[in-house]
Design a protein around this ligand. Sequence first.
Ligand code: ADP
Ligand code: ASP
Ligand code: MG
Length: 409
Amino acid sequence: MALIVQKYGGTSVADAERVKFVAEHVAATKRAGNDVVIVVSAPAGMTNDLTNRAFQITDMPDSREMDMLLSTGEQISIALLAMALQAIGVKAVSFTGPQVCIRTDNAHQKARILDINANRIGREISQDKVVIVAGFQGISDIDEITTLGRGGSDTTAVAVAAAIGADICEIYTDVDGIYTCDPRMVPNASKLKKISYDEMLELASLGAKVLHPRSVEVAKLHDVKLCVRSSFNTHIGGTFVVKQEEIEQEYAVTGIACDKNVAKVSIIGVEDRPGIAAEIFGALADEKISVDMIIQSAMVDNMNDIAFTIHQSDLKQTQLILKGLKGTLKYDDLLFDDDVVKISVVGAGMVGTYGVAARMFTALRDANINLDLIGTSEIKISVIIKYDEDSLRRGMQALHDVFELDKID
Ligand code: ADP
Ligand code: ASP
Ligand code: MG
């Protein structure tokens, strides 16, 4: 007998058939003698639909009201799943995030979970009920409903697992595990039996949406045993996310991810004097805009070009801020490009291996792909390229081939 948290994503609860199928699997887990807590997402497409509805009203929806709106999707799923379980004779009760005291900070639409009071969940479990919790949502210290950012239900599941001391947190989704690359992009991607928290955190942060980045961070912090598996074929084993020391063989590159939600900003012709970078990035930081890759060109005639990337959703605000700095920065021009994509390779074994960057750039050259920006850290190398679906797929496949990721297991 174990205490198990299972999370089901949007496609897993997309319609009545899927909800009933999930209920059967939950019932089987419960009848096998386990205590079960379920976290669910909104039905597939609903969060997008709700977002579109908001943008039909205004192109600058208020963040608080967006959270009020988006949190309703998950509330539909919890109630339907509770009904489906009750209909097959399993005691079940559903709760919103605020009802089980999922406390977050105040950052609407990208809130972080600060604390979960596990008392209510514990009480219901001790009455032999399956407890169903709405993913993606919480409540701030001033009692406002918040959401955790797209894909955030994974984080709810891991945080609940940590709070109740669950034996395992199983993330059920529409793929049967974590692959070396999104199998929809690279058809011969290999399924990994295990991946380290650090590698998975990088991949998730770089666009591999199979897990929400923060969920991996919380799992690592609280030592939550985390597994990704299929909600369609529940008999197939998934992928475990584990500590680095539990990985038997370390590869220079373990996975590839891409992120289309990137925009590139170029400031052309700024004076080469101390304090320029501090001025630009200080102004962006003041507005909580995070900057990713930064490149400054070699100085010509005492002038520099500075280019960097941001999240696409910060583009409008960045434009306004930089236009406002025209008087002090005295740049020649500003260029904005949201038609770019970031491709990254990740591997813990990169640290002790030479030539990874060279192989990456050679493979992209051979695929006739031009690199716009390059960025590296200890266990990843990222490039920004001009986006078109064909180049992106060719680039991902070329990298997958050059690092022979189809042979990893
Ligand atoms: P859910 O709605 O269950 O949360 P998501 O759509 O958020 O599901 O995440 C699952 C999707 O993540 C898969 O359908 C797959 O296309 C994508 N994905 C991206 N990178 C990977 C990867 N490395 N391994 C597996 N799936 C990946
Ligand atoms: N429903 C939210 C989304 O679509 C949260 C989630 O599914 O994890 O992003
Ligand atoms: Mg998801």
